[in-house]
Structure formats: C-alpha cells, structure tokens
Design a protein around this ligand. Sequence first.
Ligand SMILES: Nc1ncnc2c1ncn2[C@@H]1O[C@H](COP(=O)(O)OP(=O)(O)OP(=O)(O)O)[C@@H](O)[C@H]1O
Ligand SMILES: [Mg+2]
Length: 405
Amino acid sequence: MSDTVDDVDLPYDEDEASQQEKIQALEERLEILEAQNEEMRDKLLDANAENNKYQQKLERLTHENKKLKQSPLFVATVQEVTEEGVIIKQHGNNQEALTEVTDEMCDDLEPDARVAVNNSLSIVKPLSNETDVRARVMEVTESPEVSYEDIGGLEEQMQEVRETVEMPLEKPEMFDDVGIDPPSGVLLYGPPGTGKTMLAKAVANQTDATFIKMAGSELVHKFIGEGAKLVRDLFDVAREHEPAVIFIDEIDAIAAKRTESKTSGDAEVQRTMMQLLSEMDGFEERGEIRIIAATNRFDMLDRAILRPGRFDRLIEVPKPNAEGREIIFEIHTRGMNVADDVEFDELAEEADNASGADIKAVCTEAGMFAIRDDRTEIRMEDFRNAWDKVQAESDETEDVSKTFA
Ligand SMILES: Nc1ncnc2c1ncn2[C@@H]1O[C@H](COP(=O)(O)OP(=O)(O)OP(=O)(O)O)[C@@H](O)[C@H]1O
Ligand SMILES: [Mg+2]
C-alpha cells in the first residue's frame, strides 16, 4: 500500500467549502472508509481460513508423499560378485542386473546370498537365510494360552468354530461315517477388537494342535517377491506339525479385491493370493490341518477366496451386546480387587458400543485411576472415568484417521 495521508485527495474544495461542509464531507468519507475497512477485515478472515485449509492439505499430502517414497523392497539373489559390481537376479521376474555396491557391503556378499533391493535395483541390505524369514512371519506355538472361558459373549461363534475346526481334528471318523468332507476353513470377520484372534487361539489351545500364525500384512509388505513362497512354506510347516491350525490374521492384506492399478505391489498380492487359493484347494488330502482366517475388512475381500471349498464357513464376530459386555467385564476383572459398589450390568449398559478390547482397556484404566488415588480397591467411579477416557481416546484416533482418509 503506497497510500499515505498526503496522497489522499480531500473530499471538498479547500478554498470554497465552509468549515461545516468540510466536517460533513470528512465524516461521510470516514464512514465509507470504515465500511471498507470492515469488508477488508472479513476478507482477511476468509483468506486466513482458506490458508489454514490449504496448510492442512499440504501437511496431509506431504505425509502421503513421504509414505509413498518409502518404496517397497524386492528380494533378489546374488549371482556373482565381480570387479564391476554385483550381479543379482530378482525374484518373481527372474531379471538379472548388475548393481554397484559399497566395499563394506561387498565383503558380506557371496553367490546365492539373498538381498533386498529397491526399485532401482540397488542393494539395500543383505537378508539372512530363509528360515529367518519364515520365523519372523510365522509364529509356531504348541498351544497358545487362551481358553474358551476367557472369551465373553460369543457363544454361537464359538460353537461354530469348534464344530468346524475342532471336531474334524478330534473325530475325523465322524465325518467319514457320515460321508461328508469336513469344512476346510473358517473365516472370522467383524470390527476390530471383538475377539477374532482370541477365538482362533482358543481353538488351537483346546485341540492341542500346533498353532501357526501368519499376519497377511507382513507377508506382502515386507519382502516383495516372497509372498507366494511364504504361503507355500506356511503349509509345509503345518504339514510338518500335524495336527495343526493355520491362522491367517488380517487376510484382507493378501486377499483384497483386484484393483484397477497394475503396480508390482498388486501383482505380488495377486501371486500370494493365488498360492493361498491353490493350497486351500488341495486341502482335502492334507488331513489334519485346519485353517482359520480373520479380517476386519470383509468388504475388501476378493470373492474368489469365499468360494465353496475354501472358506466355507463365514462367521461374523460382532461387537458384544449388553449381556456380552457384562460377561467381558467380569472376565477382565477376575483378578482385580473390585469394590462392592461396582455393578457390571450397569457398566455394560453405559459402555454402549464398546468392543471387547475397549472393555479390557476400561478395566486396566480403572485400576490406574484407583492407583492414582492411592487406593487398592477399584470403585464404580473409576470404571466410569475409565470408560470416558477410553471413549475420548477412540474418538481422537477416529478423527485423525478421518483427516488422513
Ligand atoms: N469377546 C471377548 N471377550 C473377552 N475379551 C475380549 C473379547 N474381545 C476382545 N477382547 C479383548 O481384546 C483383546 C483384543 O482382541 P482380539 O485380538 O481377539 O481382537 P480381534 O477381533 O482379533 O481384533 P482385530 O480385528 O483388530 O485383529 C483381547 O486380547 C481381549 O483382551
Ligand atoms: Mg486380530
């Protein structure tokens, strides 16, 4: 703004106007300027708000950008270490390439070593041998320590899972006598924190079967080019440990609907899923292996995985109703020093919409409130405060995920 007081032309004739006229003209001018000022201020406010909006958008995009830049790694095998560099062969497409490496890394590499390479085929890091990859992704437990008594409000689901998984392992002759093939797998689906993972573990516990756990997300996101092989390994390990329950958590990560894009990540997911489907199709001859999968993104699953003979039991694991919530409160306070004034039925009523995981959090949090207050007994008010806190926290995370959606 270059206007200064001196530049302003006066709204009257300096020589002809009377004092009265001058005052009036100036007053009118002042009014106009004030109105203009007001308008400008409004505009400024709008602009500021707009600016804020863009700032947020910028932050979101920067975040997104950063995420995208962490490009996935591919697995390759070292073919030859030469003077000019290292010749690697990429898994999946079998392409060979010559890539330069630092001297330090060169010392670690020898033919047949497996390495992780990035998009431009530079070696990012050497990989340890295969059993390590197996071990990292799968968790073999003889028997996990969850029993049916630890699960509240899922009677029907429990019954169904037991029928499908436990019975064929314990009484295979029943199925033979009746003349039907036992169901090969169950898929548990429902919102987060409702006990799907627990259910799977409880079944494994009950049957004394080896429990082999694999997270779908780890499988495809960690090492591109390895997914299909890991699925094969998974079933191999299960065969070695019969009777076994294979549990694939977060199956949506490998069995998501085919998307439009044709990025290598998608192709990899596809290959992994195809392998899973073919392992499942050859399941009948596998005998004592049951498969349980879980997802909280049922809507995202490729329908191929749901075809008969694959997951032929779909079991919904919903959030608990009031009765279920009461039982879950009781389960999670079993070892706690709870005051006489605590009414779990009331709490269950109030904790409307809580998942099992939420209720567990409320119980722990209630204990914390008592400790802060220097008490060893947990009162009703502690539970109420805890529920408020847990609710506020889950609202927050929801808001954040909305911002980035
Ligand atoms: N029905 C339930 N009864 C008792 N505790 C439960 C129940 N559901 C959840 N919980 C508690 O919440 C924790 C998390 O549950 P779990 O891991 O089984 O959820 P999930 O359904 O697999 O969730 P996600 O979809 O996020 O994997 C459990 O360790 C348990 O403490
Ligand atoms: Mg789970």
